[in-house]
Design a protein around this ligand. Sequence first.
Ligand SMILES: Nc1ncnc2c1ncn2[C@@H]1O[C@H](COP(=O)(O)OP(=O)(O)OP(=O)(O)O)[C@@H](O)[C@H]1O
Length: 259
Amino acid sequence: MISRRRDPATSYAPRPGAAALSCEGIQCSYGQVQVLFDAGLVVNEGEMVALLGPNGVGKSTLLKVLAGLLKPDAGSVHIGGVDVTAAPTRERIARGLGQVVGQATFSSMTVTENLRMHAYSIEDRAWAQEAVDAALSVFPRLRARQDQPASTLSGGERQMLALSKAIVQDPRVLVVDEFSLGLAPVVVGGLLELVRRLNERGTAVLLVEQSVNVALSLVDRAYFMEKGQIVACETSAELSADPDRVRELMLGGHVAVAQ
Ligand SMILES: Nc1ncnc2c1ncn2[C@@H]1O[C@H](COP(=O)(O)OP(=O)(O)OP(=O)(O)O)[C@@H](O)[C@H]1O
């Protein structure tokens, strides 16, 4: 694993005691259709938090607002206590936001070129190379395919590349949107294990995950969304002890919850 080398003296340093990532009062629409209504959450430094809820309630939309990929109609987003509501994605990344959203890659570029692209903002070039090597060492499958165009990777390999890109950036807070979709459970398990290890090293994590049980086995707290609003926030310990409450929050079992 790479060691953290963010310079606390830079202008991108977080405010002391501030949450790693937070948002409040987020309203967001696609055209005339409003999808998020006053949504807010907090991910504290070093914490691992899940965002759960049935399909189509707005989880991915909220993650896109946090990443700066969608502009909210109202509300604010803070990274390390600094208001980034109007900031572009690249500034949010510089402030410590890493994101694994979908399987986005530069498809005509090779695996290594994709990773170098994400290391371009690291001023220390030796460390940038070290970061790329470290990311490849985590996934031997990717190292074996390092000169292959990203477009030729399998779904699981693309998720590995997406996570590797986040590792290269060495984020303060990592936002992960659904590894589970279309991937073998063993691959998802490996990716989530890596996210857990990143969290142990101090990276705060906000995780959207289809399997409630998997999420609750990893996170400290979970937020639940319903129709574009956060309707509950409870600790994993509380939720694990009350499966009926979890089923109720997941609105009639849209998502698998083990008995
Ligand atoms: N680009 C878009 N244009 C129009 N509507 C969209 C767009 N993206 C999402 N939506 C709609 O916004 C709503 C919220 O979608 P979103 O993907 O945020 O939900 P989600 O909770 O992440 O769902 P899932 O768990 O199924 O991934 C849905 O009704 C969806 O159809």
